[in-house]
Design a binder for this molecule. Structure first.
Ligand SMILES: Nc1ncnc2c1ncn2[C@@H]1O[C@H](COP(=O)(O)OP(=O)(O)O)[C@@H](O)[C@H]1O
Ligand SMILES: [Mg+2]
Length: 384
């Protein structure tokens, strides 16, 4: 029996009242009928939302909300705090690391340890992240079969072992107009049209030129079977572009990136054009090198972890500074110091010498340092 609401009770009172009035004999049965109908239509109380409780010995869900109150060590309050800073999946926990999670939630070490163990267990069953315990021969095979993103310049791609690599950070640094953004466009176009992947492009310098993108696509022979509208639709559905005019915004974008990556497994490439330079410019005024490096380290760490856990390629461009004390050799250096340098898996240094352009592989895990020449034309980067 559903509990009678105030409205029903009132209708009943009215029905009795109507019966009392001599000339409303006909009204009484009608009112009773209405009352019965109201009772039938009474809205049942909403059922409590059913929670998917996870078996913490064999966890499968990537969503942290499924672990609240499951014995995993994650309480409602801690979850709310994490949710507020965009940490909602096991990937976020692993990408941000225990120190950051502790800073947000003040969780006890034992509980945090427990939670991280569960995240690792979920990961072992995940098809997305490379199994961290592959044998060396398995790892070799895995790396060999990994799809690369070629730039279109053969020697440049050879230098990268076939192109821009998944699960790695590729940095391109060089002076203004050395070809960094052109290289990034070229990689973007190949990822979208050759590999059919989706791409996120974070533009920190506001230099993205959609007309130039269309030019490179057509010059490379892609999208020729499409009308202009179809081509635009294809680009819009494969490229998520974000302009971030300051470091706060770029950091926020990178922090919430995991949500996009969780939802869409076809995103395989992240490009950041100009992010490190933005840190340099903004922190110059603040006069705090230590805090800049600390934030930069965190930023690079998140990029590196995202590349690994989500199996994506991360490509970023970087500016150069000049060391006035260096008397011999090339006085140019990449901005961001060792934190950026050691974070990158591949570093390419682009240079214009006279009319020619050269790329030098620095710190490459595969090759000793050497130079290759490349050209810039309507195709983006090309063979010289
Ligand atoms: N359509 C084009 N044809 C030939 N060269 C081009 C074309 N568009 C741009 N470039 C070359 O690219 C250079 C700019 O390179 P870019 O990658 O944007 O520089 P940055 O290293 O500052 O990102 C220009 O100076 C020009 O030489
Ligand atoms: Mg540029």
């Amino acid at each position: 029996m559903v509990e009678k609401s105030e409205k029903v009770k009132e209708a009943e009172r009215f029905s009795l009242l109507a019966r009392d009035i001599d000339n409303s004999e006909d009204l009484a049965p009608m009112m009773e009928d209405i009352v019965n109908k109201i009772e039938v239509q009474e809205i049942p109380k909403p059922k409590k939302e059913k929670k998917t409780k996870q078996d913490i010995n064999n966890p499968t869900s990537i969503y942290l909300k499924d672990y609240v109150g499951s014995g995993a060590g994650l309480g409602e309050l801690s979850y709310k705090k994490l949710e507020a800073v965009g940490v909602t999946t096991i990937y976020d926990i692993l990408i941000r690391g225990s120190n950051e999670v502790k800073a947000y939630t003040d969780m006890e070490d034992a509980r945090l340890h427990n939670l991280i163990q569960i995240c690792k267990k979920v990961l072992e069953n995940s098809k997305r992240t490379r199994n961290p315990k592959l044998s060396i021969s398995e790892l070799r095979k895995y790396k060999k079969n990994m799809t690369k993103i070629p730039s279109g310049c053969i020697e440049l791609d050879d230098m990268l072992g076939g192109g821009v690599e998944l699960e790695a950070l590729t940095e391109v640094y060089g002076a203004f107009a050395s070809g960094k953004t052109q290289f990034a466009y070229s990689i973007l176009v190949e990822a979208m049209f050759r590999n059919g992947w989706k791409v996120v492009w974070i533009d920190c310098e506001d230099t993205f030129d959609p007309d130039r993108l269309h030019q490179i696509i057509k010059a490379r022979g892609y999208g020729l079977d499409k009308t202009e509208d179809e081509l635009s639709d294809y680009i819009d559905s494969h490229l998520s572009y974000i302009h971030t005019p300051n470091t706060d915004m770029v950091v926020e974008e990178v922090n919430i990136l995991s949500r996009k990556l969780v939802e869409d497994e076809s995103i395989k490439l992240l490009i950041l054009d100009g992010a490190i330079g933005q840190f340099r410019e903004e922190y110059l005024g603040r006069g705090t090198l230590a805090s800049r490096q600390q934030n930069l380290a965190k930023f690079i760490g998140i990029l590196k972890n995202s590349a690994y856990f989500f199996n994506i390629a991360v490509l970023f461009t970087n500016q150069v500074g000049t060391d006035p004390a260096k008397m011999y050799g090339d006085p140019t250096y990449a901005v961001g110091g060792n934190i950026v340098g050691h974070g990158s898996t591949y570093r390419l240094y682009f240079q214009k010498r006279g009319k020619k352009r050269f790329a030098t592989a620095i710190d490459s895990p595969k090759q000793a340092v050497f130079d290759v020449e490349f050209a810039l034309n309507e195709k983006g980067v090309d063979n010289p």
